[in-house]
Design a protein. Sequence first.
Length: 368
Amino acid sequence: MTTGSGRTGPATAGSATTGSATTGSVRTEGIARVRLGTEGPEVGVQGLGCMGMSFAYGPTDADEARATLERSLELGVTLYDTADVYGMGDNERFLAPFVKAHRDEIVLATKFALTIDPADPTKRIIDNTPSYIRSSVDASLRRLETDVIDLYYVHRRNPDVPIEETVGVLAELVAAGKVKHLGLSEVTGTELRAAHAVHPITALQSEWSLFSRDIERGVVRAAADLGVALVPYSPLGRGFLTGSFVSADKELGEDDFRRQQPRFTGANAAANAALLAPVRTVADAHGASLGQIALAWVQQRAAVHGLPVVPIPGTRRRVRVEENTAATRITLTEDQLALLEPIADAVAGDRYADMTFTSAAREKQLGV
């Protein structure tokens, strides 16, 4: 196969399996499993981010996306991640048939908090109020056609609402049987500790990749101390780390949201593309793709920081999920890790045009 990095023949799930097992009616092909948090479910060490299957990255082939879901399960993926804001519910609806067909075999994660500003439909706001939380979970349950959400995340935190209040309402949803486990996304280490004191937090989701290491300042330490699993989103830098594009504004369609992100446009994009050189060197040594090295790096953060790490790379193509899951069997040497270490500090441009509601922005305000 040819990867986005221009290399031919990366390690694939089919050629690098460590044996197969049967779970229900699904044949799995050997990716390891890990427990989310101290009391959470056991999942494959790599999950699947489903946003791009119907949202944010331009036109999609729905049939291929559905086939990708099925193939991922065959490969041992069990954690599937969506959110109510992806297409304003469309992504949850898209996943519903897959969820129904495999409900007892998968761990279903969705999120709430981002919604349309009633005063300006072109803008989004962060709503963490109790009434919104209760209405959001019921709406997600209806769209997903299920009676329980396995892992329910606060997608973004509104600092005007005490996090203890937000988690208190979520704990009520657990008691009511609508939600099994709680997660947070883009919170600071201090916020995570405060939330965990109210109700156990199973997983923390934040961007973590060779290009984005903000959370290592304090968030990762808090998660490790509390036994909370890290679920990195965008571990492939929204595709940039695969070498599949260099300049979003020149190469990607008008409806691709990466055109709005500073690090993928203009002079920033050109500077960041040059940072892939050491990734390519390591990839050549393993006979792997750039993306596989990026994923292997994230996976090895578990050993470095002493906590479960389950990245959720997004894809809507079977060939990519095969490539991605094969990365779980790549081990980088200490010398290779050292070669990759300086990359993040050299990245040009923020990961969002508006960083206001990220943990990095709040930690910066607090001097962390």
